[in-house]
Ligand binder design. Structure first.
Ligand code: AMP
Ligand code: MG
Length: 406
């Protein structure tokens, strides 16, 4: 198989190539409010009623006719007759006539006739008659029906991500079930003769599989339905068979390992056995340069580097944008920013480099132990990567750097 050195493509170019080959999921399914968080809406949601459904009071106080309070002041209170009381959840059926007021609580409907609510602190808390110490304006402290949203307005749009606030919006509209996009389905395959599952005894020459777990859990964090996760030996036939078995059921297959130029770098052979034309191989970045992409039928296959940190960079830089296209979920788009380096970094970057970092309050902290591509433990605490342009020298503390938030 074609493993000859190809000129690495720019990351942005690679993302465009893979996104061009990725179709958005159009299947939808019904989902209840309890399970809808993290999903993508497959329909527009129209408000079935005004929110709030009735004019309501923002304070505990008295519902009044503002005109009745003309000239009211600390020394010149206006006295009104209190004709009743209304609590949140209650309903006061009568109309407030001139000279009258209704005791009202926060969230209670403002009765007919009243057009303002005076806070109780600005009265004498009167029971049958109340002294008003302040002049009220028309509709002061008055929450209109539909002030939050109007009946018939578009509350949420097709394609929108449903986070906690969006679930709350649906609930506020009394909606219990919505159509959402089917979750993207993924299969994860780790490769390598040296790799064993946790739980097995650690025998000579073997290491435990960490990529399988990192990748599966990262995908779950991105609301992917991981339908299968398994390990293959470095026998190309085994990896090939796994891909054939699962490709129909998956939108995406993510593999790890076997994508470099060594004898055991089987993924090239697997691609050729499956008749896959690669979309790209090799990206101009470090780590994670060796990543191979192709399509088997409609299933996108992304074969990531086996080195744990490299695989992690590939997950964020290549798998995530692929998922963002697959779902249309704009929350999966890269979040970029700048930060000031809290400490220096003494290596040069002839190739674009992604450095593990912790970013807080505009400062980027590079762990003293930045770790190699093969390290997993140094990814602890990282919440960002510093995006260092190719051709950069050492980085000095205090320098402004580009960061990508994870
Ligand atoms: P490869 O890309 O297959 O050449 O692997 C590169 C390095 O990553 C080797 O040191 C592998 O042992 C290691 N590696 C590969 N796959 C995994 C995995 N699933 N978990 C942890 N380390 C891995
Ligand atoms: Mg390997």
């Amino acid at each position: 198989m074609n493993k000859e050195i190809t000129k690495p493509l720019q990351l942005e170019e690679v993302i465009r190539l893979i996104q061009d080959q990725t179709d958005i999921i159009t299947d939808s399914e019904k989902c209840t409010l309890d399970d809808v968080r993290g999903r993508i809406l497959a329909e527009d949601i129209i408000a079935p009623h005004d929110q709030p459904p009735f004019p309501r009071s923002p304070f505990d106080g008295y519902a009044v006719r503002s005109r009745d309070t003309e000239g009211a002041g600390q020394e010149t209170p206006v006295v009104l007759e209190v004709i009743g009381e209304v609590d949140a959840g209650g309903w006061f059926g009568e109309t407030v006539a001139p000279g009258q007021a209704v005791r009202i609580m926060t969230g209670a409907p403002i009765p007919e006739g009243a057009d303002a609510v005076i806070k109780q602190e600005e009265t004498d808390y009167g029971e049958d008659r109340v002294r008003i110490y302040r002049e009220m304006r028309d509709h002061q402290n008055y929450i209109f029906a539909g002030e939050d949203y109007r009946q018939g307005s578009v509350l949420l749009e097709k394609g929108e991500y449903i986070g906690p606030v969006e679930v709350g919006i649906l609930a506020s509209a009394g909606i219990c079930e919505v159509f959402v996009q089917r979750k993207p389905r993924a299969v994860v395959i780790s490769t390598g003769d040296e790799i064993i599952y946790p739980g097995q005894p650690l025998t000579a020459g073997k290491i435990y599989d960490s990529n399988l777990y990192t990748i599966v859990n990262q995908l779950k964090d991105w609301n992917v339905d991981v339908i299968a996760a398994m390990h293959s030996s470095d026998r190309a036939e085994q990896a090939e068979e796994m891909i054939r078995r699962y490709a129909n059921a998956a939108d995406l297959i993510v593999t790890s390992g076997g994508v470099s130029v060594g004898k055991k770098d089987i993924m090239h052979e697997v691609f050729s056995m499956l008749g896959i034309d690669r979309i790209f191989w090799k990206v101009g970045m470090k780590p994670g340069a060796a990543v191979l992409a192709g399509k088997f039928g409609n299933t996108v296959i992304l074969s990531l580097s086996g080195n744990p940190y490299a695989a992690y960079v590939d997950l964020h830089m290549i798998v995530r944008p692929t998922l963002s296209r697959l779902t249309g979920n704009n929350r999966l788009e890269m979040i970029r920013g700048t930060a000031v380096l809290a400490n220096g970094y003494d290596r040069k970057s002839p190739v674009r480099r992604f450095i593990r970092a912790f970013v807080q309050d505009g400062k980027a902290y590079i762990d003293g132990h930045t770790g190699g591509n093969g390290d997993i433990s140094s990814g602890r605490h990282m919440n960002a990567m510093i995006d260092v342009p190719s051709g950069s020298g050492e980085l000095m503390a205090g320098a402004e750097v580009n960061v990508i938030l994870l």
